[in-house]
Design a protein around this ligand. Structure first.
Ligand code: NAD
Length: 483
């Protein structure tokens, strides 16, 4: 493959070239499944960032993407999708090792990344303005223009697919883009640079830089040369990015955390609930912003659901991600400490640990699949994002009570309703304070369905046609025909 690595060092994709950064600094990437060293990754310093920003600006001013025939831009993106698929055989095991996720999940990420480029590639020549009637003396129309340089900060839970989720609409709209990879698992994302290179993306129109968030990430979003920011990550970091964006009045898209609730009514199909729970809270060890982190169950079914949830959790196979177990490690020692510490507050706050509750005694950063029962809606585990394989169960008696509990956090990313009653599913979906509501299947939907938050879960939307509106701005042209 291209210059993605040199002598074991994974490099930065800097304006179409492979770069080792500025002063030889690198970060070591660890395998959370066994604590082995995976590889070192070159860090981009101040000079590299300046170079990427300058190259992005020049690329945008030249119109490399924005002035390309829109159908040709779409075809370029279709080629990127093909190159991502071609790299998946090598990239997925690398992603599996650096992130701890299962090999299947890593393969799914590459596939999803390819699909984002296909989906938005197909849209590149359909970004249409409108004409506004002002009477016979005027012609008025709108143009949806790219912003210019888009700065995108990517989290570690789905580094490849989340990067593609933002880069693809950004490119489709004609922006130049600089991506900051997550420091815990930057390796497979660097390979996306190889796909861009092979597809012959114009030099400078995309860079993928590696570095520490508080350093490189903070400098990127604070740069006066950035025209738009896409941040996907935690609420506190999002707030600090927003403070930087406020200084320069830079438009921002915020995809932040969640504490999403499923509401299980007395007429629910429990097989659907348990299947949803398996992917909803145990996929990627619960490190999913839209995880099924809380389950509110009608009291008549409560004991049965808890028993089945415990059986599910205790039946998951545990192993290194490469062997595709049902349960994988969390990303790092620090994350395991965090998850375990927050989970340990459950008992003090009156909850019952139905299974799990602590780390597993084995190499790697494995938290036991955990079911917490009788969780008080105001307790710490019900209010704070755990970002691990820990699910909080709470009983309810009435529909109104369930909706109030579901809506009773600062977050509002997704929510779920399990019922066979069509009228109730619509009624409750309407009342739930969330950007997306799943009925009878957690994670229903896909790359074409808009996704994003309410409240502290953020603002703006990714995925679907809707996402494009974050990557363009409207210009109105008003023409007088008088005289
Ligand atoms: P994080 O906030 O710690 O880091 C996210 C990214 O921000 C990383 O690339 C990091 O290097 C960078 N960063 C850190 N400090 C920065 C700064 N001062 N300025 C600029 N960038 C900085 O989040 P994380 O731990 O990587 O990810 C987990 C969080 O992300 C969870 O809260 C999860 O819910 C959220 N998330 C949200 C979505 C979504 O679409 N809503 C998707 C995935 C993850």
């Amino acid at each position: 493959m291209s210059g993605f690595t040199k002598e074991g060092l994974v490099r930065n994709y800097l304006a179409g070239r492979w770069s080792e950064g500025d002063n030889g600094s690198s970060l070591a990437v660890e395998d959370p499944g066994n604590q082995d060293h995976v590889a070192d990754c070159a860090i981009a310093g101040e000079a590299s960032l300046a170079q990427a920003l300058e190259a992005a600006r020049q690329s945008f001013e030249r119109g490399d993407l924005a002035d390309m025939k829109p159908s040709a831009r779409g075809q370029l993106m279709i080629r990127i999708a093909a190159e991502i698929r071609a790299l998946a055989a090598e990239g997925a095991p690398l992603l599996c090792r650096e992130s701890g996720k299962s090999l299947t999940a890593a393969q799914d990420e590459f596939e999803e990344a390819a699909q984002y480029f296909e989906y938005y590639g197909g849209v590149a020549d359909k970004i249409e303005g409108k004409s506004i009637p002002l009477g016979p003396d005027y012609v008025d129309y709108t143009v949806l223009e790219p912003y210019g340089v888009s700065a995108q900060i990517v989290p570690w839970n789905f580094p490849v697919s989340i990067a593609a989720r933002s880069l693809a609409p950004s490119m489709a709209a004609g922006n130049a883009t600089i991506i900051k990879s997550p420091e815990l698992d930057p390796l497979a994302l660097a390979m996306l640079g190889a796909a861009l290179e092979r597809a012959e993306v114009p030099e400078g129109s995309v860079s993928i830089l590696n570095g520490i968030g508080a350093d490189l990430g903070a400098r990127l979003v604070a740069s006066s040369q950035v025209d738009q920011i896409v941040f996907t990550g935690s609420v506190p970091t999002g707030q600090s990015v927003l403070r930087a964006a406020a200084e320069s009045v830079t438009p921002s898209l915020m995809e932040l955390g969640g504490k999403s609730a499923a509401v299980v009514f007395e007429d629910a199909n429990l097989d659907q609930v348990i299947q949803s729970l398996e992917s909803g809270i145990f996929y990627n060890a619960g490190q999913v912003c839209s995880a099924m982190a809380r389950v509110l169950v009608h009291r008549s079914l409560y004991d049965e659901v808890i028993a089945r949830a415990v059986a599910l959790a205790e039946g998951l196979t545990v192993d290194h991600g490469l062997s595709n177990p049902g349960h994988t490690p969390v990303i790092s020692a620090q994350q395991l400490d965090r998850v375990e510490a927050l989970t340990s507050t459950a008992r003090q706050d009156g909850a019952r640990i139905a299974t799990g509750g602590t780390r597993l005694d084995r190499p790697g950063y494995f938290m036991a699949p955990t079911i917490l029962a009788d969780v008080a809606p105001t307790s710490r585990v019900a209010q704070q994002e755990i970002f691990g394989p820990v699910c909080c169960f709470t009983p309810f008696d009435t529909e109104a009570e369930a909706i109030a509990i579901a809506n009773g956090t600062d977050f509002g990313l997704v929510a779920g309703v399990f019922t066979r009653d069509l009228a109730r599913s619509h009624r409750v979906a309407r009342k739930l304070r969330a950007g997306q509501v799943f009925v009878n299947e957690w994670f229903a939907g896909g790359i074409s369905t808009p996704f994003g938050g309410v409240g502290k879960s953020g603002f703006g939307r990714e995925k679907g046609l809707e996402a494009l509106f974050n990557y363009v701005r409207t210009k109105n042209v008003a023409i007088s025909l008088k005289g």
